[in-house]
Design a protein around this ligand. Structure first.
Ligand SMILES: [Mg+2]
Length: 211
């Protein structure tokens, strides 16, 4: 089993404009593809986990969402970092219409989407990374047993509501630099690489993924 990079979508992959569901609404955030390539360089599958109550609220359809995500997945592939999976939850306990009005443990802060992705793709949750822009993303990661919770966007209220141990970084680009700078797993048959002189230490946990 391999550790994964779990990405929230709105506010991490693309700017959060509220209920993004059309291609022309997508503005990819700086650093997102560097972050994705850093994951692939470590052989970490990339999975987007996104609450999509806009479907349950009747603002757009499952087909709209699927079409947008197919387009987005193609862009990740073009950028050299193909996605392994996309998990979404259309339900909302209050604002969902009809059968969409229900509690669902897949809806973040529930851990269901991460657990389902792990079962689907054979992922090691206990060595995985969650990157999100809300405390609910971090809580979902914590409840799924992830050791690396990375909050981006610089919102102080979200940082205050995030679980202890959350690494708060100002931007997606900073998260890319963090993942690029994590000490690589020991190469097969070799010693750990020498440290890079002159490189400033990175904030937050440093560890080996043990790939
Ligand atoms: Mg978000």
């Amino acid at each position: 089993m391999r550790p994964a990079l779990f990405l929230d979508r709105d506010g991490v992959v693309n700017a959060d404009r509220g209920y993004v569901h059309r291609i022309e609404q997508v503005e990819f955030l700086p650093g997102i593809f560097a972050l994705a390539r850093a994951a692939r360089a470590r052989d970490m599958p990339i999975v987007i986990v996104t609450n999509q109550s806009g479907i349950g609220r009747g603002l757009y359809s499952e087909a709209d969402f699927a079409a947008l995500m197919q387009w987005m997945a193609a862009r990740f592939a073009t950028e050299g970092a193909p996605l392994t999976g996309v998990e979404h939850c259309p339900d909302h306990p209050v604002h969902g219409l009809g059968s969409y009005r229900r509690e669902n443990d897949r809806r973040k802060p529930g851990p269901g989407m991460l657990r389902d992705a792990a079962a689907r793709h054979g992922l090691a949750l206990g060595r995985s990374v969650m990157v999100g822009d809300h405390a609910t993303d971090m809580l979902a990661g914590q409840r799924a047993g992830l050791p690396f919770l990375v909050l981006v966007g610089g919102d102080a209220a979200e940082a205050a509501a995030a679980p202890p141990g959350t690494l708060a970084l100002p931007s997606v680009a900073a998260a890319a630099a963090w993942l690029e700078g994590l000490r690589p797993a020991t190469p097969a048959g070799g010693a750990a690489p020498a440290s890079e002189p002159g490189r400033a230490p990175l904030p937050g946990p440093r560890c080996e993924f043990g790939l």
